[in-house]
Design a protein around this ligand. Structure first.
Ligand code: PMP
Length: 414
């Protein structure tokens, strides 16, 4: 982008002009949720104020305007993923998408006692807890692609996990802790007979995904990590698999015929959208995709790529910092680290209070991975890390401020 274009981008995110504790806000907590765009919110406000009504049901003008906007949003998502619009189901986010899948797969008999589900050791709880819990009720097994002591999923570990002969492979496209972008082609090729589910919560905001090219069976993601509103997400599924799935939620709109004794379902994708949906959220996700497309997906990817490698290399220069995840260019958009001798909560707190830098500290909803990182750690590992994560509105200067802040924290604790 030109300087002028970039200034326009910055001015569309008013929080970035805020002062936090007397300092310009440096927002490096994008992996948890991104900031929101003024122009997307204004378009949503216009939708809410002038065109809003419930969708699908009524014959009046507002209902048809709202329905058109909602279905347009579905078309935009379909185009974005290179899918059919009947393969795009709106959800409340990644967590709901995975819970939906686990439940629907067992109810449909596509996953049953004796089958194996393969996850990786770097999964977010959203892609671990539902599988582990339901395995207790339905008797399927859960196995893992092992992470090495830096939390990296290696090619060898992926190949090694073939021995589990998984019926289903459910894996994150990009780790929210180690930043590793997974080799999806290799995973698809290695598990060519398995149903492949990708948790796209971190991947989709940073990389344009072609579900057909990658031959992904299901992909789930959340709008709020890519400047869209909270409470809206997407489940993409291959049509032939969706046809075979029993819905997770039952209720209005998802039915064809209902009697006192039985029920038949609506066609795809409505079969999976029971009840009143987050209409404005879906519409807002559509506006977001227009916005991102207008900025240029390739430019966004490139900007994040440059910032990620700068972030990693600048942190690597600090000899009082331990970094987790791969040290190569599969490490994208975020870095998790610890400062020797300082608890991550203290680091994050001081960064906020003294430098206006927003980072996240904790286990990042990946407690099992913390036990892996602890084994490989050369410090007194606090079962949590500090995580700095960038998005397209961040700059190298933001990273310099973070690094300066860390140097100061180090001095204070000496
Ligand atoms: N998977 C990953 C990799 C994530 O980073 C997150 C969010 N931190 C989730 C799943 C869950 O997403 P959500 O809270 O939007 O449902």
């Amino acid at each position: 982008w030109s300087d002028e274009d970039f200034c326009k981008i910055l001015s569309d995110f008013p929080s970035l002009s805020r002062e936090i504790n007397g300092k310009r806000l440096v927002y490096l907590d994008n992996a948890a949720s991104t900031l929101k765009s003024k122009s997307v919110i204004e378009k949503m406000a216009d939708f809410y104020l002038y065109h809003y009504s419930n969708i699908h049901r009524a014959v009046h003008t507002l209902a048809s305007e709202a329905t058109v906007e909602y279905e347009n949003a579905r078309e935009k998502v379909a185009k974005f993923l290179n899918a059919e619009s009947t393969e795009v189901i709106f959800t409340s986010g990644t967590t709901m998408g995975i819970n939906f899948l686990v439940n629907s797969l067992v109810k449909s008999g596509l996953l049953s006692s004796g089958d194996t589900v393969l996850l990786s050791q770097v999964e977010h709880h959203a892609n671990l807890v539902p599988w582990v819990r339901l395995s207790k009720f339905y008797g399927f097994k859960v196995e893992y692609i092992e992470a090495d002591e830096k939390g990296v999923i290696t090619t060898e570990a992926i190949r090694e996990a073939k021995k589990h002969k998984p019926k289903i492979v459910s894996i994150t496209g990009q780790s929210n802790v180690t930043g590793q972008q997974m080799p999806l082609e290799l995973i698809r090729e290695t598990f060519n007979d398995s149903i492949l589910i990708i948790d796209g919560a971190q991947l989709v905001p940073h990389k344009k995904i072609d579900v057909k090219k990658l031959n992904i069976d299901f992909l789930v993601f959340s709008g709020h990590k890519m400047i869209a509103p909270t409470g809206i997400g997407v489940l993409y599924g291959k049509k032939e698999l969706l046809e075979r799935l029993e819905p997770f939620f039952y209720g209005g709109e998802m039915i064809d015929k209902v009697t006192f004794k039985d029920v038949s379902f609506n066609v795809l994708p409505y079969k999976f959208e029971a009840g009143t949906q987050h209409i404005a959220g879906a519409v807002g996700l559509g506006y977001t995709l227009d916005y991102l497309e207008n900025l240029g997906f390739e430019k966004i990817e490139k900007h994040i790529e440059d910032l990620s490698s700068y972030l990693l290399s600048e942190l690597m220069k600090l000899n009082f910092v331990e970094i987790y995840g791969p040290i190569d260019n599969s490490h994208k958009s975020l870095v998790s680290f610890n400062m020797i001798g300082v608890h991550p909560h203290d680091v994050a707190h001081i960064l906020d209070e003294n430098f206006g830098v927003a980072t996240r500290s904790g286990h990042h909803c990946a407690q099992p991975l913390m036990s892996v990182l602890k084994k490989g750690s050369k410090i007194d590992f606090p079962n949590s890390t500090v995580r700095a994560s960038v998005y397209f509105y961040n700059t190298k200067e933001d990273i310099d401020i973070l690094v300066e802040g860390l140097k100061n924290v180090k001095r204070w604790f000496e």
